[in-house]
Design a protein around this ligand. Sequence first.
Ligand code: B4P
Length: 191
Amino acid sequence: MFNLILFGPPGSGKGTQSEKLIAQYGFKHLATGDILRAEIANKTALGMEAKSLMDKGQLVPDEVVIGMISTALDAHPDVPGFLFDGFPRTTAQAEALDKLLKLKETEIGVVLALQVPDEELISRMLNRAKTSGRADDADENVQRNRLEIYKRDTLPVAAHYSKQDKVVNIPGVGTIAEIFDRLSTEIESRK
Ligand code: B4P
């Protein structure tokens, strides 16, 4: 089993590239943002709790997200590997993920970290707002809040995996095809 984390700030293209990577390599895609948005669409209790936080650009509590991932890992025992997209977003989530994978006698193979400047991120999210209908895309103040939270709470996840020598930085500006090539080259060299 080969598992990878696609890491990067909001709007860096994790979702965009994940779609292409799962089509190419058959990973099981675990995107916490997508799972949470499905809970909101289905108006579940969890979704209603998550919505108020997500609309403000805040993170959903660790225990909620870790529970979701634990359930998803158990539901897919026979996949060639998992692609984690938007997870882990805090050090507590990273530590929990490492433990869950160890129980399954597997681990993270690589963390591919997309590097995109802040102003490009804001411009992509504003652009995405035209079609996404996402409240967290439409407001530039919320976007800036998400970037601050990313720097404060999520960047330490890269440090966590750097200690395990697993992080590879990938330039995230360029065409979608160019970035996909960079990611694929790293995956091919490790699988
Ligand atoms: P996510 O759903 O994870 O979304 P994201 O970080 O905004 O976007 P992503 O990086 O996937 O960007 P995309 O490909 O769409 O998170 C949303 C919220 O959910 C969080 O704020 C939080 O509240 C909650 N949440 C999720 N996971 C959580 C967790 N683990 N713990 C707690 N809370 C959690 O790309 C963005 C745009 O750029 C698109 O419009 C795309 O078309 C464009 N684009 C992509 N690549 C491009 C390129 N190369 N050039 C130009 N544009 C490009």
